[in-house]
Design a protein around this ligand. Structure first.
Ligand code: NAP
Length: 310
C-alpha cells in the first residue's frame, strides 16, 4: 500500500484527499517508480472542477497529476534500458503522478541527469513541453525580438530562457517582484496590465517578430496591436482570442514529450536552463498547494514533496 491523491466527485481543492491505495506491480513493458517529487499544473484545476467534463471526463475515484520524478523500484518483463535503482523523470497521461507509487509504461520515463534537482525534475513535464511547443509554434530564430507574456510562470519562465538561448531579444511580462530574475536570465522585463503595448513599443521601437502568450487576458490583442504576424503569435491560455484572431494555440500535445524532456533535462543539467521553484508542499498538503497555485502569482513551479530523495 502507499499514499495517493484521489477525489470522488468534481469540486474545489477540498475534494482532494490523500488515501492508501494498493501498489500495482508492473506488467510487460512497464516500470514502477517510487515518486520523490510531483508537479501541479493550472490545467488540472478545471478538470477536477468538472468544467472540462465534455472533453476530459473523470472516472471516480480519480487520481491526479502528470509530472513526477523518482526512483525505479520494479521492472516488468520486456523492459529494456530502464533498471531498478534508476533516477527518472516521468510524464504521465493517466492522472496518477501525485502518488508515492506510479506504475507506468517504461517509455514514459527518461533518465534524470544527476545535475537536475529533484524539485525541478518533478515539475518539468507539462511546463517544459509546453514551453518547447510555444517556441516551435512561433519559430523563434536568432536576431528575433520576442515577447513572452506571463514570463514568471512555469511555462513562461522556461519559454523565456529557450528564446534567449535561441538568440532572440526577449521582452518578458511579469510583476515587479520577478523583474530581477528575468533580467538575470537575459530578458528585458516589463510590467503587464493597462498600457502594455505602448511600454513594449518604447522598449523595442523596431517592432516585435513573435509573441508567446502564456497567460491570456488580452495578450493576444496586444500582440495583434503590435503588428505581429498571426502565424507567429501563440497562446496557450486564450482559446476565444485564438479563434477570433486566427492565431496559433500549440501546447503540450503538439511536441514529442520524450525528446523534449530529454533536451530540457540536458539543458538544466548543463546549467543553461533554470526551473525556479516558487513553493514546495508535502503530498499530504496537496489542497494547500492548489490553493497557492490558484492565487496565480509567483516565480516558477509549485512542487509536491512525496517521499525523501535518495
Ligand atoms: N495548452 C497547453 O498545453 C497548456 C499547458 C500548460 C499550461 N497551459 C496554460 O497556460 C497558462 C500558464 O500556465 P503555467 O503553468 O505557466 O501557470 P503558472 O505557473 O501558474 O503561472 C503563474 C504566473 O502567471 C503570472 N501572471 C499572473 N497574472 C498575469 C498577467 N496579468 N499577465 C502576465 N502574467 C501574469 C504570474 O506572474 P507574476 O508573479 O509576475 O504576477 C505567475 O508567475 C495557464 O492558463 C495554463 O492553464 C496550457
Amino acid at each position: 500500500m502507499s499514499r495517493a491523491v484521489r477525489f470522488d466527485r468534481y469540486g474545489a481543492a477540498d475534494v482532494l484527499k490523500v488515501v492508501d491505495v494498493e501498489d500495482r506491480s508492473p506488467g510487460a513493458n512497464e516500470v514502477r517508480v517510487r515518486v520523490v517529487t510531483a508537479g501541479i499544473n493550472p490545467g488540472e484545476i478545471p478538470v477536477r472542477e468538472g468544467k472540462m467534463h465534455e472533453r476530459f471526463p473523470a472516472t471516480f475515484p480519480s487520481g491526479e497529476g502528470s509530472d513526477f520524478a523518482g526512483v525505479v523500484v520494479e521492472v516488468g518483463d520486456r523492459v529494456d534500458g530502464v533498471a531498478v535503482g534508476d533516477d527518472v523523470i516521468g510524464f504521465s497521461d493517466q492522472r496518477n503522478a501525485q502518488a508515492e507509487s506510479v506504475t507506468i509504461a517504461a517509455d514514459r520515463v527518461i533518465p534524470k541527469p544527476h545535475g537536475v534537482r529533484w524539485d525541478a525534475a518533478g515539475a518539468l513535464y507539462i511546463a517544459g513541453t509546453t514551453a518547447r511547443a510555444c517556441l516551435d509554434a512561433v519559430r523563434v530564430r536568432r536576431g528575433d525580438t520576442v515577447v513572452v507574456a506571463g514570463a514568471a510562470g512555469g511555462v513562461g519562465v522556461l519559454a523565456t530562457q529557450l528564446a534567449v538561448l535561441a538568440g532572440a531579444a526577449v521582452v518578458a511580462t511579469a510583476s515587479k517582484e520577478n523583474h530581477a530574475f528575468l533580467t538575470s536570465i537575459g530578458a528585458i522585463p516589463v510590467e503587464y496590465g493597462k498600457g502594455l503595448a505602448d511600454r513594449i513599443r518604447k522598449i523595442v521601437p523596431d517592432g516585435v517578430d513573435a509573441f508567446i502568450d502564456a497567460h491570456g487576458d488580452g495578450n493576444v490583442e496586444v500582440a495583434v496591436a503590435l503588428g505581429v504576424d498571426r502565424d507567429r503569435i501563440n497562446t496557450i491560455a486564450d482559446h476565444v482570442a485564438r479563434k477570433k484572431y486566427g492565431v496559433k494555440g500549440d501546447g503540450t500535445a503538439t511536441v514529442s514529450p520524450r525528446e523534449a524532456l530529454i533536451e530540457l533535462a540536458r539543458l538544466i543539467a548543463a546549467s543553461e536552463l533554470q526551473l525556479p521553484i516558487a513553493a514546495t508542499f508535502p503530498l499530504e498538503q496537496v489542497r494547500a498547494a492548489y490553493e497557492r497555485l490558484g492565487r496565480g502569482h509567483g516565480l516558477g513551479k509549485i512542487v509536491l514533496e512525496v517521499s525523501p530523495a535518495p
